[in-house]
Ligand binder design. Sequence first.
Ligand SMILES: [Ca+2]
Ligand SMILES: [Ca+2]
Length: 311
Amino acid sequence: MKNKRQFILAATLLALFSSPLLYAFEDCGTSVTECKLRQTIKALQEQNQKLVRQLEQMEKTAETAALPQESTSGFFQDRLKDGSLGPKMVWIPAGTFRMGDIQGGGGSSEKPVHRVSVSRFAMGMYEVTFAEYDKFAQATGRTKPSDSGWGRGNRPVIYVSWHDANAYAQWLTQQTGKKYRLPTEAEWEYAARAGTTTKYWWGNTASHEYANYGNTKEGKDRWEYTAPVGSFEPNPFGIYDTAGNVWEWTCSPNTNRYDGQEQRCVNSASHFVLRGGSWFYVAWRLRSANRLWWRPAGRYGGGGFRLARLP
Ligand SMILES: [Ca+2]
Ligand SMILES: [Ca+2]
């Protein structure tokens, strides 16, 4: 009973001190002690609110600083240790898709067509460029790869082995604190299809209006060799040059037929899969389902890569 009385007293006092009415009569003067007590409580409440607001602001600032540089056009860039920005990355939503030779006419390694679920991840908006790779080579004392005289800067890096691509991903991971790696084959095809089931993301007919291939110039394709990245339209996910320009290394080992390895990243294999065709290859190789495989040490004028980044 005593506890109950104390509880009611405390609740009454709390209600009284919280009441805005009370403060309207603050200078009532009935009791100096009571008035001072009220004033102290009011001051403490105001101080408390001020601290809460300060804390909220500090949390907001900390969150903003930790966030990667987001842009309104759908990409983000993580910061490197020197304050500069990493490659432009695009979030790819989680989903399920049909992987493989949906339209027919593909190679035996593109079969069977099967359903694959992919978790949310980010994919490079472009193939990794010479500018990006050269920065890494410079910082780590690696030999800069040849550009065959076709130009560096925003052209896709070429003559990079699977090991080179992985070293770059590891360096970027260490620089940004975010996990970068090559995409698995499944992630690559899911990102390249961007919800489409056609041979190419733009339809079933090959076209130089959408990609650089065939070692020839035609229409919008004004390049015999590599084209600067982003010279054509992006696919529905907002990523460029999945079809053509340079082949892109994946972290999945080659298999004669799909057996689940296409959803895995491995550290070593006799051959790794590359995707997307290149400036040199025929249109058949640019199909979203097509697969090519090279030795991990192979460096070619048509071989580059694109990075994935985990959330
Ligand atoms: Ca061309
Ligand atoms: Ca490509």
